[in-house]
Design a protein around this ligand. Sequence first.
Ligand SMILES: CSCCC(=O)C(=O)COP(=O)(O)O
Ligand SMILES: [Mg+2]
Length: 227
Amino acid sequence: MIRAIVTDIEGTTSDIRFVHNVLFPYAREHLTHFIEREQADPMVASALAAVRAEAERPDADLNDLVEILYSYMDQDRKSTGLKALQGMIWRDGYLNGSFKGHLYPDVLPTLQQWQQQGIGLFVYSSGSVAAQKLLFGYSEAGDITGLFSGYFDTHVGAKREVSSYRNIADQIGLPADALLFLSDIHQELDAAAEAGWHTVQLIRGEADTESRHRQVTHFAQINPETI
Ligand SMILES: CSCCC(=O)C(=O)COP(=O)(O)O
Ligand SMILES: [Mg+2]
């Protein structure tokens, strides 16, 4: 029996184009000024230290860090330091009304239904937990963070690693076969399935012919009671 559902964001609850055409360019545009302005903030300093460590460039100055971060953004590298900084930059964009978090229309009513059924709801994204809370806190449907019991980011591990799903199951405190992971990326679902989770793939765009996971186009097609 499914007792908790963990959902990806990009391509699952929200349009990949919102992330790639709105969020990522906003972070890119404001990165240099943000780092110059906020470098003394302990959370910014900690994220910059993480980037120096990841790049194995302990002596990198601000110019070097901007160059490294631009290259990570070009590669869409799921760097924990970059993701922390992007989340902090997006905060300004949400607060000043530059954008709201995109949600597919089927997402909110189905999450509400699952919550009423007593199913725990969680998020797992490469975006930082702070960025996840912003997207759902300033979503097109208003603040829906109350639906979620917890959030996970790359601090538990990368999304294609089996150990990440074991870590999440430990933190939620449920056995793997009581957990359902929703994602658009079959490699992430492969890792979750190897950890013993149930999986469903969201196909919001083109079909994925390489996938061995059950595929749906909307959340409303998923009935946790029959999984
Ligand atoms: C919190 S929305 C931004 C998501 C993000 O930054 C990202 O890189 C999405 O990556 P994912 O592995 O979750 O598809
Ligand atoms: Mg995704």
